[in-house]
Design a protein around this ligand. Structure first.
Ligand code: NAD
Length: 436
């Protein structure tokens, strides 16, 4: 594998004050340090560098709701639009106690690059509400969703900003957003969110899309590395939408899933887990803890298991300078956003580990979100085979374009992906010119 040359790539401008104080775990810093390397390789003009670095809009809102016991609670909601030069902003909404403005800013920028890597006509956004949905009733969750939607409604719209599900949000939440937005607009606007239930304008195949995209690029990476798909051993961190789907589809391709985990911990079985059986357990018990057909393993130990493919599909910053040297996987498919810190990149690269970066690996979700938006706007819906076929085509094309970029420039797949994305967004800015 070719290697990136961060040492030679000089930053275009000096880091500003807050960046000097940022830590390895700061997600905005993690994103920007890759951006800096890619921008330097592209010899991006300093003016455009400044434009692409800054989010276009950041909105922080109060989300007051009445709890079931009659008390008033006020949550904080955030929505960040990073760049809309290529089209409407696109990005998920997460409900989590760990949501911060820095995280949302980073994830919004990631969406800009992700949409550009797979060449969708979208910009990037992200949103979140600082709350713990596990302690809330359905009614409270609905009130938070509707109040947050109405607070950010000026940003939303099929032509301006189109949310989707993310951590702890799902199609139920998207349905509430769609309904709230439509009530304000006085007519039904299905294309304002994606990841909706199929019965209300969602796309077939959307639920599995991110995990399916992970499968497509992992197979391509194994082929590039001249490794067999059938029998390849896989460890998956995170057994939510992305992780469980990737595990299920990989198993269906003959890969052996030797470990999976969720927030409660992991389970390891070198002979291979039956993913359908694990899913049945989760359906009954809500968490993986206690699953009997394997040995318990911590989330930390799962990451360093000897395996062919590691799929971090939970949260960011799980592969860091502290554990990167211990990783034994040959290929890492980043199902989650930002699972690897910038410091860990160099260590993994030195070890020759082939990393399929998040902005490529998990772009299947936004690709089928794009299909959903297209179908809603066209009022004509595709069958699932068509969705999957078109998804695969886009993922393979993007994988090959990133590979080419990385080989031609002697950089890692991650920097190749950033270069491809930045180049596309920058090209749009150059063509549009500066309205100033
Ligand atoms: P989810 O809420 O469905 O699942 C998250 C999983 O991670 C759960 O199994 C949870 O138990 C586990 N988890 C949470 N905290 C953990 C911890 N500290 N250690 C280990 N496991 C932990 O979320 P999701 O939709 O599957 O998203 C997972 C990741 O993938 C996120 O980074 C998200 O941004 C990214 N992503 C999701 C999509 C999508 O379509 N859902 C698309 C692109 C990227």
């Amino acid at each position: 594998m070719s290697s990136s040359k961060p040492a030679k790539a000089k930053p275009l401008i000096k880091p500003d004050r807050d960046r000097r104080f940022a830590s390895e775990e700061n997600p905005f810093e993690a994103m920007m340090s890759r951006f800096d390397i890619a921008a330097a390789h592209l010899k991006l003009e300093p003016g455009l560098y400044k434009v692409l670095r800054a989010p276009e809009k950041q909105l922080i809102v109060s989300v007051p709701i009445k709890r079931d016991n009659g008390e008033i609670e006020v949550f904080t909601g955030i929505r960040v639009l990073h760049n809309t030069s290529r089209g409407p902003a696109k990005g998920g909404i997460r409900f989590d106690m760990n949501v911060t403005q820095d995280e949302v800013k980073a994830l919004a920028a990631w969406m800009t690059w992700k949409c550009a890597v797979v060449n969708l006509p979208f910009g990037g956004a992200k949103g979140g509400v600082v709350c713990d949905p596990t302690t809330m009733s359905d009614g409270e969750l609905e009130r938070v969703t509707r109040r947050y939607t109405s607070a950010i409604i000026d940003l939303l719209g099929p032509d301006s900003d189109v949310p989707a599900p993310d951590v702890n949000t799902n199609e139920r939440v998207m349905a509430w957003i769609m309904d709230t937005y439509s009530m304000h607009k006085r007519h039904t606007v299905t294309a304002v969110v994606t990841g909706k239930p199929v019965a209300m304008g969602g796309s077939l195949g959307r639920k599995d899309a991110t995990g399916r995209g992970c499968l497509v690029v992992t197979k391509r990476a194994l082929q590039r590395r001249k490794m067999k798909v059938a029998g390849a051993t896989v460890a998956v961190q995170g057994f939510g939408n992305v992780g469980s789907t990737a595990a299920r589809l990989m198993q269906a391709e003959g890969m052996k899933i030797i470990a999976v985990s969720d927030k409660s911990g992991g389970i390891h079985n070198p002979k291979g887990l039956n993913i359908a059986d694990v899913q049945e357990w989760i359906k009954k018990h809500r968490v993986l803890e206690g699953y009997p057909k394997g040995t318990p393993i911590s989330n930390e130990d799962l990451l360093t298991l000897k395996c062919d493919v590691l799929v971090p599909a939970a949260l960011e910053n799980v592969i860091t300078s502290k554990n990167a040297a211990d990783i034994q996987a040959k290929v890492i498919c980043e199902g989650a956003n930002g699972p690897t810190t910038a410091q860990a990149d160099a260590i993994l690269e030195k070890k020759g580990i082939y990393v399929i970066p998040d902005i490529l690996a998990n772009a299947g979700g936004v690709t089928v979100s794009y299909f959903e938006w297209v179908q809603d706007r066209g009022g004509y819906f595709w069958d699932e085979a068509t969705v999957n076929e078109r998804l695969e085509k886009i993922m393979i094309k993007a994988f090959d374009e990133v590979s080419d970029m990385s080989e031609e420039n002697g950089v890692s797949m991650r920097i190749g992906a950033y270069m491809l994305a930045i180049d596309r967004v920058a090209a749009m800015h150059r063509l549009r010119g500066m309205y100033a």
